[in-house]
Each structure stands twice: as C-alpha cells, then as structure tokens.
Design a protein around this ligand. Structure first.
Ligand code: B1M
Length: 210
C-alpha cells in the first residue's frame, strides 16, 4: 500500500520505471487521483528547490520529470472525463527556447477533459509554427502558450505580439501561463487570459469560448 509520501519520494528520486507501480498502489489504497497529482506537482517543486540550491543538477531534474510523466500516464484516464472535441479546437505549445512540457501537458489533459480538441505543438515552438498551426486550423478557438523560464518570457511576448498582428486575431483567444508568468505580464503583452494552474486553465478556456 503506497502513501502520498511514497509517491513524492519516488518522483523526487526519479525512478521512472517504479513510479507507475507506486501510483497504482496509491490508487489501490484509496487515495484520490487529484491528491496524487498534486503530490507529484509538489514533488517537482522540491526538485526545483534542490536544483536552485545546487544540491542536484539537470540530469536529476530530467529523471524526476520522466518519473512524473510516467505517473501522470497512470492517472490520465481517471482525471479526464472523455468529453473530447465538443468545445472546439485549442492549439497549445511551449514557446521557442523552452523545453519544459510537464505543465503544458497537464494543462492539455485538463483542457481535453473540459471537452476541447487540443493540437499539441510540443516544446520549443517557433512563432511561425503557432501561426501556421492556426492557419491550418482556422476553426481554432484558443491558442495557448506556455513558458517556464524567465529567459523565455521574451519569446512568449514575441509570440503573442505576432499573433496580435494577424488579420484573424479577433477570431481567436490567446491564453498564456507558466511558473514565471503573471496576470500583469499577460495583460502587458496583450494576451486575453492568464491562469496559474491546469485546473483554472480548463475553467478559463470554457469561459473564453462561451
Ligand atoms: Co528546468 N527550470 N531548466 N528543467 N525545471 C525550472 C523551471 C527552474 C524554476 C528550476 C530552478 O532553478 N528552481 C529554473 C528556471 C529559473 C528561471 O527561469 N528563473 C529552471 C532552469 C534554470 C532550467 C535550465 C536552464 C537548467 C540548465 O540547463 N542549467 C534548463 C532549461 C532548458 C530549456 O528549457 N531550454 C532546464 C531544464 C529542465 C529539464 C529538461 C531537466 C526538466 C524539464 C523536463 C520536461 O518538462 N520534460 C526541468 C524541470 C523538471 C524543472 C522543474 C524542476 C520542474 C518543472 C515542472 O515540470 N513543474 C522546475 C522547477 C519548478 O518548477 N519548481 C524547473 C511541474 C509543473 C506541473 O508545473 O510547469 O509550472 P509548471 O506548470 C503549471 C503552471 O505553471 C501552469 O499549469 C501547470 C500545471 O498546474 N501552466 C499553465 C503551465 N503552462 C501553462 C499554460 C497555460 C496556463 C497555465 O495556458 C496556456
């Protein structure tokens, strides 16, 4: 029987092969999928703090990220309600120069669960790719951009600026997020919406299209 502490420990230790088993054991012990997910998110914060203190380095962050992904895969079917597609299309990507995708993937999971059909452009997405993805899918309702680094906030700003110059701008909403992003920054760069986490992103997406 696994506890939330076991889940946190296995993610922090970066044991990707063992994480799905521990997550499954936690579920079998009756723990709620949302609590397990939040535990893994908190575990990544612990990893980040250790990185900031030079106690661990990029390889350790990477294995922790892999472990978290494997754990999220187990939870995915339990957190999603299967209503994919009915709310329309959303394009999502992490901006150029930024390789962080765990947060983006969680946002996608929650947004799909809210009924959107999400086109995932992945990480390190150049501005032109956001634009061409919209042009290939002109029925898209929302473009979502994620940025996790203070050094990629300018790429987010440039991406939103480029979208804001398009003749189709009025037909789509632009949503931004990521750990260093704030409502003030989102307002300044001309995004339509900012949210702090994946659950509020899904709620906001529904509001934007209603
Ligand atoms: Co990186 N990294 N990293 N890293 N990494 C951070 C972000 C950092 C805060 C760690 C630290 O120093 N404490 C720091 C940034 C500091 C800064 O910018 N001021 C940092 C650094 C410095 C770096 C490198 C530069 C390290 C180096 O090479 N020296 C390097 C940069 C690489 C690059 O991108 N070019 C780097 C690399 C990596 C790995 C590749 C090893 C790995 C990422 C693997 C992956 O994603 N596949 C990694 C990791 C794992 C982290 C930490 C530890 C965890 C990030 C994470 O997944 N968090 C992170 C420390 C931390 O965040 N505490 C750190 C969990 C996730 C659920 O949260 O992504 O915030 P988050 O997403 C949330 C919200 O932000 C929001 O909802 C999500 C879910 O609730 N959200 C949105 C996100 N996108 C949204 C979009 C929306 C709405 C909401 O609408 C569209």
């Amino acid at each position: 029987m696994a506890t939330l502490q076991d889940v946190a420990d296995i993610v922090i230790a970066g044991k990707a092969k063992k994480t799905p088993g521990v997550v499954q054991e936690a579920l079998d012990a009756g723990l709620a999928p949302k609590d397990i997910l939040n535990t893994m998110i908190d575990a990544m914060s612990v990893v980040g703090e250790r990185f900031s203190r030079n106690e661990i380095f990029v390889p350790e962050m990477l294995v922790a990220a892999k472990a978290m992904k494997k754990g999220v895969d187990v939870l995915k079917p339990l957190l999603s309600d299967g209503g994919v597609g009915s709310m329309g299309k959303m394009i999502m990507g992490t901006v150029a120069g930024d390789l962080h995708d765990i947060g983006k993937n969680l946002v996608i999971m929650m947004i799909e669960s809210a009924g959107f059909d999400v086109i995932d452009l992945g990480v390190d997405v150049p501005i032109e790719r956001f634009l061409s993805a919209y042009e290939e899918n002109p029925d898209t309702k929302i473009i979502g951009c994620s940025a996790l680094l203070t050094t990629t906030m300018p790429a987010l700003e440039q991406t939103v600026a480029a979208i804001n110059q398009q003749p189709w701008r009025s037909k789509v909403k632009v949503m931004v997020g990521g750990a260093p992003i704030t409502q003030e920054f989102a307002d300044r760069i001309g995004a339509d919406a900012y949210t702090e986490d994946a659950a509020s992103a899904a709620q906001k997406a529904k509001e934007l299209v209603s």
